[in-house]
Design a binder for this molecule. Sequence first.
Ligand SMILES: [Zn+2]
Ligand SMILES: [Zn+2]
Length: 412
Amino acid sequence: MEYVIQLTIDHQCPQCGAPSTLEETDRLFTCEFCRVRSFLQERGHFRYLLPSKAPEGKELVYVPYWRFKGMLFTCLEKEIRHRFVDVSQRAMDGNLFPPSVGLRSQALKLKFVTPKSQGTFLKPTLPLEEVLDIIDRRFRDQRSGPIIHRAHIGDSLSIIYSPFYIDKKLYDAVLDKPISPELPDDFTFSDFPEWRQQKGLNFLPTLCPHCGWDLDGQRDSLILNCKNCDSVWRPLKDRFSKLNAAHMPEKGDDVIYLPFWRIKGDISGLSLHSYADLVRLANLPKAVQEKMEKTRFHFWSLAFKVRPQNLLQLSRGVTLAQPGENLVPGVPKARLHPVTLPLKEGIESLKLTLVDLIRPKSRLPELVPDIRIEPKSFLLVYLPFHEKHHDLVQPHFNMSINRNMLAHARNI
Ligand SMILES: [Zn+2]
Ligand SMILES: [Zn+2]
């Protein structure tokens, strides 16, 4: 099992001020004291502070670190490798400071950065793309040959601010220990551009914008449901915006619905418009019939977290199945698994799924570099699974998901 670090965050109820502890994956926050519920929405990225042990009166300077937690997929000429990564990387130049926050963040309670946070904050100047390149290089195996495609999938990209101060030497304020030799008297941080948090986290009231009912979700849900008017809502620019949803009806007391993103996209570099094209591309042992030529191809991505090895297998399964014949609009009135992977990550996985489907594999080096996918429209689709002893089973598509894996993966 991959090693998963889960941060904990000290938080105050925005309504009554009561203290609470959040998990990093929490989005729907219910105050234990005043019972008010709110949805935590980041502005760009979640930004956290590490606590300081500096003596009273020291002026703290906070250095930004990008933190990426998620899955890294590397497509080689003959195979796709995956790994789980949880890394941090200094988000600015300045060799004086440690290159990463190391393992400290897992043991300490963080706080959200707010406009009231004290201290000087330095500006993250290293773009995200460069950080991902650095991460890739760190995990690159030189013997594995050329990389034809790469995907980073995970909903967790945040900034952790680590405090430092000067007292003749540079001190790491988390440990309250010096980390440099004596500095020149005129040393200042003013060479580094400063950054100021303008607004804090956004707390969206969890009322259905359509009917005013309380929206429903689990603490790690990225999307909330209204059980009164059967609508689905996702946070978008300071408010909840309605999502189009559909489901495949299924009878049975043991049915639980899992969320998927069905994505329509323009694909260049490859002819993939119909189900028949998919059969040819994946070299499926099926005779192509007239009807298949007319059935439009859709991408399918998971809208819930799983372990990296399961992500490929499940995306392949549902994309090959191309569910579509008996979809009906709306959310099913049944048990729902929460949406924990955002649409953005569904889109990031499209090319990966395609690379995984192409047969024979010898065509990959020639085909993959030219493939471009431009997403055009999407639909949130709930597909039914039957809850068995160990697995959730989808008999029509011959898919099954281990229940334990699904429970553990929610922390990824
Ligand atoms: Zn409260
Ligand atoms: Zn409603």
